[in-house]
Every structure is written in structure tokens, then in C-alpha cells.
Design a protein. Sequence first.
Length: 210
Amino acid sequence: MYSKAQKHFKKHDPLLHKASLEFELEDLKQSEDLFRDIVWTIIGQQLSGKAADTIFERFEALFPGKLITPKKILKLDDVKMRSAGLSGAKSRAIKNLAEKVLAGDVDIEALPSLPDEKVLEELMKVTGIGPWTAEMILMFSLGRADVFSMGDLVLRKELMRLYGWKKLPSEKKIKDVLTKWSPYRTYAARVLWKIAEKHKPPRKKYQEKK
């Protein structure tokens, strides 16, 4: 599907198409364990991928066979969750997710068949899941190809860089661009994130004073 997205960008947005040629992106796919992925996404809020993976691995290790289920989460005490590196807010969010799934307030199995807006509505019933987190789940756990996070500051900055704008774009300006990218806005967002990674300054190596 990425090749189809690139053809679309070539026709409708040559600047994005040129940028996309620098990166190879895997095609989107739906998660085989959606509940686990949602937990990972909550843990990954405001963290780098590496930091999120590290904390998630510690959290996952709290479960026999690394099988994370709503019932098992609710049996965990807060001290154990904090020992894995989770903040109090993220611990509460994960427990609230487990509670709502068990109560039937959020039907995980139904999410893949729901339209995007309904998925967002369902996910945001969970304390600690806002629009950004729900959009990431749509993109990376449900494999939806036409999603863009308006509230993502990195995406706004990279739009500014891509088009040579002097300031961060307004919501209206972003929507005008998104019209050109649809139905492949998720792939466009992934290209912009890749551009951001490319321009990220390298970490300075620590040198011991002699």
C-alpha cells in the first residue's frame, strides 16, 4: 500500500512525494493482540520508542507467560506497576482500560469493524486516552491508512519544514493539505515522522574529564 500512497503523493503533492522516496515504510497491518497494543500505546505516551519498549518489557514480565489480560491487570497492585517504571497516571489509565473492557463498556473485539470516528469515541471512554493516543491506536494497531493527528506538534513542525512556512500552520492550513493526502494520510504522517528523525541532532558522546 505504501507504493500506492507514493503514487498518490506524486500526483497530488510532489514535495511530499520527493520526501517519501528517501524512506522505506512497511505496509500497515492490524494487531493480532489489540488489548496488548493499547496497553503499550498508553505506556508510550510522551516517551521515545526505546524508553517505551523498556518499560513495557518490565511491565510484561509481571505476567506469567507475558500474557497481559484485563483480569490479570486488575490483580496487580500499584507498587508492582510503579516498579516497572509506570507513572501513577499511566497505571490508572491501564487499570481503567481493563475495568472498561471487563465491564463491556469498551468492546476491543468490535473495534476493527468500526469506522474511525466511532473507534476514537470508544477508546476515549478510557481515562488517560485522549485524541492523540486514540489516533496512534488507529494508525498502528488497527492499520487505518487515512488518519492524521492534528495535535501532534512534531507533525506540525515537519509540515512547516516541508513547505518552507515561517510559522506553525493553523488547523485550517493543515486541513487544506490533508485533503490532498487523503486516503493515505497515515503514510504521509509516517513520512513526516521519518523526516523529523532524520533531522534530530545526534546525541553528544560523554567524554570523561582527564
